[in-house]
Design a binder for this molecule. Structure first.
Ligand code: ZN
Length: 116
């Protein structure tokens, strides 16, 4: 049985959740929303893995594993010409998600999160 996964905080949903090659493609890759969030935070906004983990409310090792999985999926889609779908996963959408598009809103979020 799979262990229950603690939800990861996601501060922005993908604007586009489906990418496809112009030419007929060779399959499909499904990326979870929490995996997408690590790509957004680390590769797009330049956060460190530690900062990413803090913002998403998970351990650094968890963030590292999620990020690694996201990168493998991106590479699979890019190299093998597959469709990429971003959906599902275990996450809680940050209540400030719509007020800070494209920016890390971690500090504001953390101030509002109950202490664990
Ligand atoms: Zn947030």
């Amino acid at each position: 049985m799979a262990r229950p996964v603690k939800p990861r905080r996601v501060c922005a949903m993908p604007a586009i959740a489906e990418f496809a090659p112009l030419l007929p493609c060779a399959g499909q890759v499904e990326m979870a929303v929490d995996e997408y969030e690590t790509i957004r935070l680390i590769d797009h906004l330049g956060l460190s893995q530690e900062e990413c983990a803090a913002q998403m409310g998970v351990a650094r090792t968890t963030a590292q594993a999620v990020y690694g999985s996201a990168r493998r999926k991106l590479a699979d889609a890019l190299v093998n010409g597959k469709r990429l779908l971003i959906q599902g996963g275990s996450y809680d959408l940050c209540p400030k998600a719509h007020s800070c598009p494209g920016k890390p809103c971690c500090r504001r979020c953390q101030a509002q999160s109950p202490k664990k």
